[in-house]
Design a binder for this molecule. Sequence first.
Ligand code: CDP
Ligand code: CDP
Length: 219
Amino acid sequence: MPEFSAVLSKIIAIDGPAASGKSSVSKALAKRFGVTHVNSGLMYRAATRAVLAEGIDPGNTKEVDRYIGTVDTAAKAEVNGELSIIIGGTVREGLNSEDVNTFVSAVSQAPLVRDRMVALQRRMVESIPTIMEGRDIGTVVFPDTPFKFYVTASEEVRAARRAAEGLTDQVAARDKADSTRKSSPLTIAEDATVIDSSDLTLEETVEAIATSLEEKGWR
Ligand code: CDP
Ligand code: CDP
C-alpha cells in the first residue's frame, strides 16, 4: 500500500446512498476547484459487468473472488474526465444497465473485489488532487482526509430522481444491501459533514459543500 500522508490534504471524499447526487455534485465541484473526479462506483459496476459476461453467479462470492483473483485489474482517471477501467479487458459499455444495477451490490460484497478496488483507488490519486465519490471513501479508502461529506436525500426523492432520468433502479434494495454488508458497509464517517439535499437544488448542494470546504481550509 502506498504512503498517503503527502496527499491527504488533497482528497475530497463524498459518500452517500444511491441517487443522492454524488456524481452530479462531485463533477461540479471538480470543475470549480480544478481537481480530478473519480466515480468509484463505476469500478464496482465494471467488475459486475465482467462477472456477468463470464456467466458467473454474482451472488456466489467465492466464485466472484476466484474470478477477480485471476484477471488483470487497473483504473486510470483520464484528462477528459472519463475513467478507464480494466477488469480482464477494458470495460466501458453498459455500466448503468438494469442488470448491473440489480447485481452490483452483490458483487461489491466480495472481499477480494473490495481489496482490489480500494488498492486501485489509493494508487490512482497519488499526488493528484482528487474528489472521489462512493460508499466507503471517507470511512475506508481515505479515512484520514479532513474533507469528508455524506450526501443524502429521502428515499422518495432519490427514487424520483432516478425515475426522472428514465432509469430502472431499485435504490432502496441497493441501499439495504450496501448498508448491511459485512465488508465496508455504507456508514456515515464520524467526522463527515452531512448534507441532506432532499429540498436543495443541485446548485444549492454544490454551494453548501464548497462553503464547507473553504471553512475546512481547502485551497
Ligand atoms: O450512482 P449510484 O449511487 O447509484 O451508484 P454507484 O456509485 O455507481 O455505485 C454502484 C454500487 O457499487 C453501489 O450500490 C455499491 O454496491 C457499490 N459501491 C461500493 O460498494 N463502494 C463504493 N465505494 C462505490 C460503489
Ligand atoms: O451519483 P448519485 O447516484 O448519488 O446521484 P446522481 O446521479 O449525481 O444524481 C441523480 C439525479 O438527481 C441527477 O439527475 C441530478 O441532477 C439530480 N439532483 C441532484 O443530484 N441533487 C439535487 N439536489 C437535485 C437533483
